[in-house]
Design a protein around this ligand. Sequence first.
Ligand SMILES: Cc1cc2nc3c(=O)[nH]c(=O)nc-3n(C[C@H](O)[C@H](O)[C@H](O)COP(=O)(O)OP(=O)(O)OC[C@H]3O[C@@H](n4cnc5c(N)ncnc54)[C@H](O)[C@@H]3O)c2cc1C
Length: 473
Amino acid sequence: MIVKTGKEEILTYLEDASNFREGSAERLYIPDDEGDLISILTDCAKNNIPVTISSGGTGTVGGRVPREGVILSMERFNRIINIDKNEKTSTLQAGVVIKDFLDLIEKEGLFYPPFPTERTAFIGGNVATNASGEYSFRFGPTRRYVKKIRMILTNGDTLEIKRGCLYEKNGVIDYGMFKVPLPSYRTPPVKCSAGYFSQEGMDGIDLIIGSEGTLGVITEVKVSLIDALPPRFIVIVFLRDEEGIPFIVKEIKKMCGDALFSLEFFDSGSLEFLKNDFPAIPENTCAIYVESVSNTEEMERWLDIAERYNAVDTWLAEDRKNYEKLIDFRHRLPENINAYFKKIGIVKVAMDIAVGEDSFPEMYGFYRDMMKKEKIHSILFGHIGENHLHFNLFPASDEEKIRAKEIYEICVRKAISLGGTVAAEHGIGKIKHKWLEIMYGREGLKEMAGIKKIFDPYCILGLDNIFPKALLK
Ligand SMILES: Cc1cc2nc3c(=O)[nH]c(=O)nc-3n(C[C@H](O)[C@H](O)[C@H](O)COP(=O)(O)OP(=O)(O)OC[C@H]3O[C@@H](n4cnc5c(N)ncnc54)[C@H](O)[C@@H]3O)c2cc1C
């Protein structure tokens, strides 16, 4: 085990991609194995020292950033334990970097669909945030692929949960070593990573997925895999008609059906963030980005779609080199935005709202009206195929910062009135408690705090993630 106490050595662990700046820790532990982990946790429990779990640090809500106590880095839990080609599963330690995993299974002709766009994330971080990725339109979030979790609790006990073995019954999930009440709120049936999962008859494993480092330390997971994807092309269609986008997207879904792997949107303001890297982007356009199974029929369909909606330009990438270039197009936007926020030194004002299919046109219209009405510069982009867009605001003054928060709240309330969620893929962390409280009420947050106390009676793990630590008193 490595232990570091020097300020400089710890510095990079005090941040993630959120630009949340309140990080502080007295010590960093890098355990080698579960034995180390158990001794760290039991010692911290005995001495009432807060522990924050750290993985790839790509989170966008300050989840791995501690306010106090010690950091527990999972970087040495980096072993892929097995790949079962027949069963199409893999068991791996929580600190495996997702890119390494994808590269390895590719050689076996296999694929793991729900990885997030940022591939330096760890699998444990993905499970803890219920991450979704570029293919979640087709394949869904991390939750759908987790078959088993091994976790160390703060009292040193090990909890192993297999999917399909324990379900909520009569309002209780019985984990054997303790019983957990089902919260009274329900996770909405949309893409969602907001707070502890809750559904009647739910599988006990689903409470752990998306629990953002508050219940225990995930050390090992077993995930299901699929066959390597068939050949695909990417097409980007540049359009003038930003108002008509929900209608166009609905049509595309109807026309292309199962051929689609991802369906994304970039408004004209988002494309401005990419113009340095991709100067050929046509002026005053928005873009639909699609990854599709590659065959003549689909290619022809896309040429028709481009014509039908009067595309200003269409970029098609079929060969490896151009395909990688357009993958980079998609990846570059969040990176450039994060770099911008870091440069101007403010916490991102970036929404992660999703709503249901039928409500999406109304939510989209709401954003568009807001963008026209308000002076603050803003952009809209993201996973339109899943009715999930990131509305980002760039306040340029203190006054605009205040207004940006008000706008955020107005959008949150609108989404909730439509049955949506305040966090579709990034989680709540330390910066979105207020929105979660609007979604589930104070009572909902208190119920989550009650569940946390059952798993972590010492109340030392992942403090201030999901809900304020004051609720643990
Ligand atoms: C450029 C960019 C693009 C992104 N694109 C996407 C995207 O497409 N989809 C998406 O969903 N997200 C995306 N993200 C966000 C991020 O990649 C995901 O949230 C990811 O799952 C975080 O994993 P991590 O290993 O970096 O976790 P960290 O940031 O280190 O931690 C995240 C949270 O998980 C907890 N945690 C970590 N490991 C464990 C463990 N072993 N046991 C228990 N708790 C643990 C931490 O305490 C923390 O609360 C993006 C981020 C960036 C910077």
